[in-house]
Design a protein around this ligand. Sequence first.
Ligand SMILES: NC(=O)c1ccc[n+]([C@@H]2O[C@H](COP(=O)([O-])OP(=O)(O)OC[C@H]3O[C@@H](n4cnc5c(N)ncnc54)[C@H](OP(=O)(O)O)[C@@H]3O)[C@@H](O)[C@H]2O)c1
Length: 378
Amino acid sequence: MKYRTFMKTGERISLLGFGTMRLPIVDSDFSNIDEAEAIRMIRSAIDSGVNYVDTAYMYHNGFSEVVTGKALKDGYREKVFLADKMPVWFAKTEQDIEKIFNEQLKRLDVDCIDMYLVHNITGPIWNRVKKFNTLAFLEKKKAEGKIKHIGFSFHDEYPLFEEVIKAYPWDFCQIQLNFMDADFQAGVKGLKLAGSMNIPVVIMEPLKGGKLTDKLPESIQAYWDQAPVKRTPAEWALRWVADFPEVLTILSGMSTREQVEENIRIMNEADPNSLSEKELEIVAKVSGEYNSLIQYSCTGCKYCMPCPVNVNIPETIGYYNDWFLFDGNPKISADFNMWISPKARPSLCVGCKACEGHCPQQLPISEVMKKAATLFEA
Ligand SMILES: NC(=O)c1ccc[n+]([C@@H]2O[C@H](COP(=O)([O-])OP(=O)(O)OC[C@H]3O[C@@H](n4cnc5c(N)ncnc54)[C@H](OP(=O)(O)O)[C@@H]3O)[C@@H](O)[C@H]2O)c1
C-alpha cells in the first residue's frame, strides 16, 4: 500500500481509504448490512495496509457507524484513522449537535474520532453550521480529546468552496473528484487551492459511485482499447485521482471482496505524477465522451432518500441515465419495470422537492422524475 503524509503531524495515511457508504447488504435492504461480510472486508483491507475508514451518521440509515464500530473491535481501532461527520441538517437546535455527536460515539463504541468533518457543506448547510456555532463545538471536543482533526466535506460550487476553506484553519477537507468531474463542484481547481494552503484533501466518489466501472458503453470501451497500457476502468479512474500529489487518501465505497482486492492492488502501485501525457489524453477523451452521454450527474449517494412518497430516486435516475448511455436499449426499460416496484416509481413524485435540498449534485430531481415517468411508465 502506498502512503501519503498528513503534513501537519507527519502521520502516514494509506492512499486507499475504506468508505462505508456502500457496504454489502441483504435482500436489497440498504439498512440491512451483511455484517459478517462487511466486517471481513473492512478487516482484510486493514490487514493489507488500509488505515483510513470513513463513515457517517446517515450511511445505511445509521447502521454503517454501528458495523464500522464492530469491525474496529479486536485491536483494529488502534490501526486506523477513523473518520465520521456532523450532519448539521439533522439538528433543529444547537443542543442537537451535541446529541448527534454523542450518539455517534455510542454507535461506534469509541472515545475519540480521529478525522471529524462537517458533513456535506452546501450554501444552506454552511449557514446552519454558523448559526449553530458548530465549529466552536468541534473545537471544544478537540480540546477534550474526543476529536483529533477537524475537516469538512463539500458538495457545492467552487466560489463557496473558496469561501469555506478560507473561513477557518481546517486540518483537512474532503471533495468529490473523478475524471468526469474535474471541473465540477470544488474540482481540480479546489484541490489545487487546498494544496496551496497546505490543507490535505480526501477524495470521495473517485469512481463516480461505480458509474465509471459498470456497463461501459461501446464508445468508451473503444477509447480504453486504444490505450498504450491495459487497465480495468476502476484502475484508470483511481490512477487518475492518485496522480495528483495534493490528494491525501482516496475513499472508495467497496461492496465486494473482489473490489477491495483490486483497489488495494491498484493503490500498491499508484504514484503521484506517474501517468504519461498519452495516458492522460485518453482519460480526457473518455471523460468527454461520458459527459456528452450522461443526462444527470447522479452518483447514487442516496442523500435524497428517504422520499416522503417512497420514490426510489437514485435508481430511477440511474435507469434514466442508462437509457441515454446505452442508446435507448429496450433492456433498460425492461430492467426498470422489473426492479423498480410499482410503489416506488417516479410517477408517484408529488414534486415536494424535499430531496433537492439534500442532493450534493443539486439535481432538479422532481423534473427528472417527471421525465423518467414519461420515458418508462407512459
Ligand atoms: N462526505 C460526503 O458528502 C460524502 C458523499 C459521498 C461519499 N462519501 C464517502 O466517500 C466514500 C467513497 O465514495 P463512493 O462510495 O461513491 O466511491 P466510489 O469508489 O466512487 O464508488 C463506489 C462503488 O464503485 C464500485 N467499485 C468500487 N471498486 C470497484 C472496482 N475495483 N471495480 C468495479 N467497481 C468498483 C462499487 O459499485 P457497486 O456496489 O455497484 O459494485 C462501489 O459501490 C463513500 O463510501 C463515503 O464513505 C462522502
